[in-house]
Design a protein around this ligand. Structure first.
Ligand code: XLS
Ligand code: CA
Ligand code: CA
Length: 436
């Protein structure tokens, strides 16, 4: 046992004083026709919870994690720790990069052999526990070979290596029944145009994604493919900057049909957007696939990957998710790490309880806001002029510049119509404070 001091975390409600209990997340409670478990589809991320050491650019490892290290025995222990953790938190899903679960060998062949050992162990644990793989992905950013990019490296051997790594990772996805498959282009970007063939790099990135689609078809891998936008860190110019630029990239390269977005809260902030903006933009394009549930720090300009605690943000996020009719095969993956100073294993539980309850609360409030049509009614009223008359002609494509000129030439345009933002924020507060 890796967490002997923790029993299974259960719902005890708001009155409970027990820090190892859920105050908001009651998995079997039905909200808008689905249980909270079905709505939220929480996942634990292997890298932050089982692989991270707590080292940062200024300091050495701090985490007390008996299972962390780069040999195969420790990798086996990590699997056991992971499944004990999933059981005790009552979380149904997990996510990993290939390099989180097994150490690299001297060659790719050796690395793949290590992976096979661990994948079999994971598979056995999945069978006995019923836990599921929300998504897996490939790490094409940590090793020095990716210093200049993976699919966008100037060196064809690196492209070949990256492709082979994707191939193996897709096979693992099939073996473990991954419901989604993520591409985050950690090193797919550039530092200076002075040494960069931007056009070739973008085309090569699309080439690798097309090959991945082809190979998935070949091996019958049906998982939803997801791209995860992020504007910076590690490279200055990441190619998948945000949802809008990822959509443009897919449209340009004929990839729109096979992909959706994995949207991370912290990445939205780094791109200068709100989390809910990114979710909305993906949703209205039919591309909201899954969510990396974390939060950033507004005082720090990097990817702090904190456990979500901001209930305004979780409420607005859950509104988008409910309006999307859920995340379908996706889920809420805690791509979040406890702070470097929260080094004891039990802190991992506190972090997940914080995130789970924050989203559970967000779900309850969002459901009520939607049920009462609080903002829907406002928006409907605000755009009512497009329901009839000239507005209807505009949205139906019947208007022309000339017809609009004729219509407006002598008509005064009303400008004193309030957007009511403060009234609406007060309404949001009222719901956050009062919904049961
Ligand atoms: C890094 C990303 C990464 C992806 C998966 O910032 O969030 O962890 O989620 O590669
Ligand atoms: Ca992420
Ligand atoms: Ca991140």
């Amino acid at each position: 046992m890796y967490f002997p001091e923790v029993d299974r975390i259960r719902y005890e409600g708001r009155g409970s004083d027990n820090p190892l209990s859920y105050k908001e997340y009651n998995p079997d409670q039905v909200i808008l026709g689905k249980t909270m478990r079905e709505h939220l589809r929480f996942a634990v991320s292997y890298w932050h919870t089982f692989t991270l050491s707590g080292a940062d650019p200024f300091g050495m490892p701090t985490m007390i994690r008996p299972w962390t290290g780069s040999d195969l025995d420790l990798a086996k222990q990590r699997v056991e720790a992971c499944f004990e953790f999933l059981e005790k938190t009552d979380v149904d899903y997990f996510c990993f990069h290939d390099r989180d679960i097994a150490p690299e060998g001297d060659t790719l062949r050796e690395t793949n052999r290590n992976l096979d050992v661990i994948v079999h162990r994971i598979q056995d644990n999945m069978k006995s526990s019923g836990k599921k793989l929300l998504w897996n992905t490939q790490n094409l950013f940590s090793h020095p070979r990716f210093v200049h990019g993976a699919a966008t490296s100037p060196y064809a051997d690196v492209f070949a290596y990256s492709s082979a790594q994707v191939k193996k990772s897709l096979e693992i996805g099939v073996e473990l029944g991954a419901q989604n498959y993520v591409f985050w282009g950690g090193r797919e970007g550039y530092e200076t145009l002075l040494n960069t063939d931007l056009e070739l790099e973008l085309n090569n990135m699309a080439r690798l994604l097309h090959m991945a689609c082809d190979y998935a078809n070949e091996i019958g891998f049906k998982a939803q493919f997801l791209i995860e936008p992020k504007p910076k860190e590690p490279t200055k110019h990441q190619y998948d900057f945000d949802v809008a630029s990822a959509i443009a990239f897919f449209a340009n390269h004929g990839l729109l049909d096979r992909f959706k977005m994995n949207i991370e809260a912290n990445h939205a902030i780094l791109a200068g957007h709100t989390f809910e903006h990114e979710l909305r933009l993906a949703r209205i394009h039919g591309m909201l696939g899954s969510v990396d549930a974390n939060q950033g720090d507004h005082l720090l300009g990097w990817d702090t990957d904190e456990f979500p605690s901001d209930m305004y943000s979780t409420t607005l996020a859950m509104m988008e998710i409910l309006k999307n009719d859920g995340l379908h095969t996706g889920g809420l993956n805690f791509d979040a790490k406890v702070r470097r100073g929260s080094m004891t294993p039990i802190d991992l539980f506190y972090g997940h309880i914080l995130g789970i309850d924050s989203f559970a609360r967000g779900l309850k409030v969002a459901a009520k806001l939607i049920e009462d049509k609080v903002f829907d009614k406002e928006i409907e009223k605000r755009y009512a002029s497009y329901q009839a008359g000239i507005g209807k002609e505009i949205v139906e494509g019947k208007a022309t510049l000339s017809s609009l000129e004729t219509y407006i030439l002598d008509k005064p345009v009303e400008t004193k119509i309030s957007g009511g933002q403060e009234r609406l924020l007060a309404k949001l507060n009222q719901y956050i404070l009062s919904v049961d």
